[in-house]
Write a protein that binds this ligand. Structure first.
Ligand code: 3DU
Length: 220
């Protein structure tokens, strides 16, 4: 059973490098109407360490993903994930290319959702990771992970991978606005969540724009 529901929603990437501002933004976004998730990645973590997860958890009911893009040996990867879960993360993101034992080591913790990156948005992703996305699907299906990350900038990858995934695995897709895809593009091709950073936290009214984006994906 996943903590994060498999239904349409928006993941807000809190990639702000001023931790006080990030906390303030999370406070402003507390009352968001709709299905929203917060994603805390390395840029914010580098400012205040894992405690930023607890800090944001304390002020909001919105589920939190720790996006450390974990990619180390199983022993280290599971320790990183454990720290994130203990700090209040509901899910962690791990790279799929590092192999089955790494993903298993995090699943064995049984502390929250495990989301696996099986495709990426940037041009260089065509060199190594995206060509092996289908092989990574086999692993995530066998292991029963909770979610996967697939690129909104490459709709053909989402549409070919989505039908191959076990039906309860949710798909989260970054690459919206700042990286070129439009709101709704990934959902239309089979994603459940769109991950959006700059177009929300860089807006003059982040709460308003987040709700507008959510309305678009909900009504598709
Ligand atoms: O481009 P944005 O500002 O909307 O941020 C996108 C977020 O999604 C950011 O946190 C980044 O780390 C994450 N992400 C990608 O952009 C592309 C990927 O392939 C995987 C994750």
């Amino acid at each position: 059973m996943s903590i994060i529901e498999k239904k349409r929603g928006i993941v807000i990437a809190l990639d702000i490098t001023d931790a006080d501002l990030a906390v303030e933004l999370a406070r402003q976004l507390c009352g968001l109407e709709g299905n929203f998730i917060f994603k805390i990645g390395r840029p914010l973590e580098m400012q205040r360490g894992y405690k930023i997860i607890s800090e944001i958890k304390k002020i909001s009911q919105i589920p939190i993903i720790y996006d450390g893009k974990i990619a180390d040996i199983p022993y280290i990867s599971s320790r990183i994930a454990q720290i994130a879960y203990e700090a209040g993360a509901d899910a962690v993101i791990v790279h799929g290319f590092v192999g089955r034992d790494v993903i298993e080591s995090i699943l064995e913790l049984n502390r929250g959702d495990v989301i696996v990156v099986i495709g990426m948005t940037h041009p260089g992703a065509s060199q190594y990771i995206n060509p092996i996305a289908k092989q990574l699907v086999e692993i995530v299906n066998i292991l029963g992970v909770n979610g996967v990350v697939l690129p909104a900038t490459k709709p053909e990858i989402i549409s070919s991978i989505a039908p191959m995934l076990e039906k309860d695995i949710y798909i989260m897709s970054p690459g919206i606005k700042a990286q070129g895809a439009e709101v709704g593009d990934a959902i239309k091709t089979g994603a459940d969540y769109e991950i959006i950073g700059r177009a929300i936290y860089g807006a003059s009214n982040p709460k308003k724009i987040a709700e507008e984006f959510y309305k678009i994906v909900r009504l598709l």
